[in-house]
Design a protein around this ligand. Structure first.
Ligand code: ZN
Length: 316
């Protein structure tokens, strides 16, 4: 069923759909609005739903049937991306919005019958090589075997209030309202408020809450490998290496301090040992002090060395 990495991150929504597949697949929604911070997570989730609905076998994660493989390779004829650069009819060279011509093209394609469960996945595409943040999202949320933007000359973004041409939604609305059987529209949004109400009211909305851990503080984890049992020498080493890291990456030290804070806070939320909880609370205090030191114009070296000295040591 739904790929394990997505199931771990989004257990609630995954269970909902897996139940639906088992019990009443005929009730599969004709229109879905995903809300949440990560458009890649949403896109992969939608593709997994499409894959299971079109699978020729039992929908298992590693299924190698033709439909499953085509969907992972982004070649399936019934799975359509719709954006400023996808699903463009000939002669439509508008670049910035999903145009009325595109909506009509969708309407036209729906008049043809299909052997598959069709998906139309709407998002805002940026025509530029993906930056580090988008590459990380792609990597973090991609189930095994997927390759959705092989040329890397565009990246996924959420629908925003400027994504649709003002005349688009009405044509689209008719399709969303009365699609042929086995057709699903999916809209990738940060928040449903970015989509017109008439589409939202005809859709089922699902939140895909993404965790901070994978997105934000990945780069500091190697420097916290021994934490909370960092010997003094190791703490000073980490401090020095992080000073080099922020210099090389031109990262301001307060951004680094915020990142360490989100790491410690995440640990605190998940800590179940009283000693560790106490240590984390002390270190979060030390971090607040480090921020004060930084605003008092102390050098990055002094700020970080002092912080790491305080963080060194053991759980009491
Ligand atoms: Zn399959």
């Amino acid at each position: 069923m739904i790929a394990n990495n997505l199931k771990t991150d989004f257990p609630f929504v995954s269970n909902y759909f897996e139940q639906l597949f088992k019990v009443n697949v005929k009730k599969f929604p004709q229109s879905i609005v995903f809300e949440g911070l990560d458009a890649y997570a949403q896109c992969f989730f939608a593709l997994e739903l499409a894959r299971i609905l079109n699978c020729l076998e039992d929908g298992e994660e590693n299924c190698q049937c033709l439909n499953c493989r085509w969907i992972r390779e982004n070649k399936h004829p019934a799975i359509n991306f719709v954006s400023q650069i996808h699903f463009k009819p000939q002669g439509d060279d508008s670049k910035t919005v999903i145009s009325a011509a595109q909506a009509k093209e969708i309407e036209k394609s729906l008049r043809e019958t299909s052997d598959y469960h069709r998906f139309f996945i709407f998002f805002d595409a940026k025509q530029a090589p993906p930056d580090l943040e988008h590459k990380n999202s792609h990597k973090n949320y991609s189930p095994a075997g997927y390759n959705i933007c092989p040329d890397e000359d565009w990246y996924l973004d959420h629908i925003n209030q400027k994504t649709f041409n003002p005349s688009t939604p009405n044509v689209l609305l008719k399709c969303v309202e009365e699609p042929p059987e086995r057709t699903t529209f999916v809209f990738l949004t940060k928040n449903r408020a970015d989509l017109i109400n008439t589409i939202v009211s005809r859709s089922q909305c699902f939140k895909l809450p993404t965790s901070v851990k994978r997105q934000d503080f990945g780069f500091i984890l190697p420097y916290f490998e021994k934490y909370p049992l960092m010997p003094l020498s190791c703490a000073l080493n980490s401090s020095e290496e992080l000073q080099n890291y922020i210099k090389e990456n031109e990262m301001p030290v307060d951004l680094l301090l915020d990142t360490i804070l989100s790491y410690l806070s995440f640990e605190l939320k998940n800590a179940d040992n009283a000693g560790y909880v106490l240590k984390l609370k002390q270190d979060i205090k030390a971090l607040a002090a480090a921020k004060r030191h930084h605003s008092a114009q102390m050098s990055d070296k002094v700020v970080l060395d002092t912080l790491f000295l305080k963080m060194a040591g053991d759980i009491k």
